[in-house]
Design a protein around this ligand. Structure first.
Ligand SMILES: [Ca+2]
Ligand SMILES: [Ca+2]
Length: 188
């Protein structure tokens, strides 16, 4: 077996061996050349593609966060407006039956806990006579219109004056409507 060939074949690198001196038994490693694979990095296109994917993912997460924030804000304001309407309704219920009609008109939601730093207005409509019901029943409808903390207007009374002005009646039913509404029948 050729020792030189065998030696070079076993090592992971190539070595050239050269005999020197008498008898030729001393070997010196004259040079070593290590075989290495070329380094693999990311190309500019790969980096740009990764950044684009990251940007799309992050923008999606940000959009979800903003949507959740807006939804939470709207739920909070709706709860405050509904609580204000219920508090006003309790006052009306405590009135004498024949005096309930005097409660009709606008009122301040801020008097019932709605934040003063947000524009708002409540309104009470009282119907004392309506078809299909006895005269011993009065229908009371309370509605709240307000601006949210993010300045979105809820309800048709966009200028918060408690009156249905020209251009405010979006659904053309001749009354102020809003997502925050309470209706109750009060018996004599
Ligand atoms: Ca108005
Ligand atoms: Ca309307």
């Amino acid at each position: 077996m050729d020792r030189k060939k065998s030696f070079c074949g076993l090592w992971p690198f190539r070595a050239s061996l050269r005999a020197s001196g008498r008898g030729g038994h001393i070997f010196k490693i004259a040079s070593l050349s290590v075989e290495t694979k070329p380094k693999k990095g990311f190309t500019l296109i790969e980096v740009a593609l990764a950044l684009a994917i990251l940007a799309v993912t992050l923008s999606g997460l940000l959009l979800t966060y903003v949507s959740m924030f807006v939804l939470t804000d709207m739920q909070r304001d709706h709860a405050l407006a509904s609580n204000a309407l219920l508090a006003r309704l309790e006052e009306i219920r405590a009135m004498g039956f024949d005096d309930i009609s005097t409660a009709a008109g606008s009122f301040n939601l801020t008097d019932y806990g709605f934040p003063a730093n947000q524009s708002s207005r409540g309104r009470v409509d009282v119907v004392t006579s309506f078809s299909g019901y006895p005269t011993t029943l009065t229908k009371v409808r309370l509605v709240a219109c307000y601006a949210t903390r993010l300045n979105r207007t809820v309800g048709e009374d966009r200028n918060f004056n408690g009156v249905l002005d020209s251009g405010e009646d979006v659904n053309n039913n001749s009354r102020i409507d809003s997502a925050a509404e309470v209706v109750s029948l009060i018996a004599k």
